[in-house]
Design a protein around this ligand. Structure first.
Ligand SMILES: [Zn+2]
Ligand SMILES: [Zn+2]
Ligand SMILES: [Zn+2]
Length: 272
């Protein structure tokens, strides 16, 4: 379990600091995907054959899998399904989750196999991954999410202009990129670091969720794609937190914005 840490960038503390310092916190906040699993089938909506779960305005493509499985007899882990393929129709009692890994109980070895990355079922590959078919031998959960996002016809938006599936899409893309910044190549894979890795829309359109429109960027590289916001001191504190924490590494990687950021920051603090 992750211990909840008090987030001073939200709520009344944030308001107080924002007024005091003339800065804004929330601009560069990033979407984190909570693990949703064991959703009962009655709460799943089937849309165009896909299992979709909606929670608080957020939307998730769900993966159906058998959480209890004869791993010894079949000599493998169960597969996950994204559509009502002919294999899936032959079984019932599926569990649904919105990402991998998941826990599987081996019925014939009578033990719990924790944190397993399941593979996509072959028939689902045929039906779901049409544009990818043949290019991948193995399809990961994040490929399925990105492919689904690419092909969606009806796009549901949240109030902040992002699409309802954004938390899942953004996490899927960062996972695919190994939690690395595509700008300066800093690795932000450890859980507390992940909030500093964002997904940037190259063309600026937050509803254009084709993979080629994405770029995973650390908060520093991302900020300089939106320089106007930095100059308005938006996201200042998170940037400062990140640079203080990763200064040596950013220097070693020769992050091209490091010096510029330090200049902007020092100019600002000289003037308050
Ligand atoms: Zn299937
Ligand atoms: Zn970077
Ligand atoms: Zn951006």
């Amino acid at each position: 379990m992750n211990k909840p840490i008090h987030d001073y960038t939200k709520g009344s503390t944030a308001k107080f600091l924002e007024d005091l310092l003339g800065i804004e916190f929330s601009v560069f906040s990033t979407a984190q995907l909570e693990f949703i699993k064991d959703v009962p089938f009655s709460e799943i909506k089937m849309i165009d054959g896909y299992a979709i779960y909606t929670d608080n305005g957020d939307e998730y493509l769900m993966f159906a899998y058998l959480s209890k499985y004869k791993t010894k007899r079949w000599g493998s882990l169960p597969k996950f399904h994204t559509v009502e393929c002919k294999t899936k129709l032959g079984f019932s009692n599926f569990s649904f989750s919105n990402k991998m890994p998941v826990d599987i109980y081996s019925k014939d070895e009578q033990k719990l196999l924790k944190d397993q990355y399941l593979r996509m079922c072959g028939n689902c590959k045929h039906e779901h991954m049409k544009s990818f078919w043949g290019r991948f031998s193995n399809i990961e959960w994040y490929d399925a999410v990105l492919e689904y996002a690419r092909n969606r016809k009806i796009i549901v938006k949240r109030t902040d202009e992002y699409t309802a599936q954004w938390k899942q899409i953004s996490t899927a893309y960062r996972e695919k990129k190994g939690w690395q910044c595509e700008g300066c190549l800093i690795l932000l894979k450890n859980l507390p670091d992940r909030k500093f890795l964002h997904v940037h829309h190259r063309n600026g359109k937050k509803s254009d969720n084709r993979e080629e429109n994405f770029q995973s960027l650390c908060i520093l590289c991302h900020a300089f794609e939106h320089l106007d916001k930095v100059k308005q001191r938006k996201g200042f504190i998170q940037l400062d937190e990140f640079v203080s924490l990763k200064y040596e590494e950013l220097k070693r990687l020769k992050n091209k914005y490091l010096n510029e950021w330090l200049t902007i920051k020092n100019d600002y603090f000289r003037n308050v």
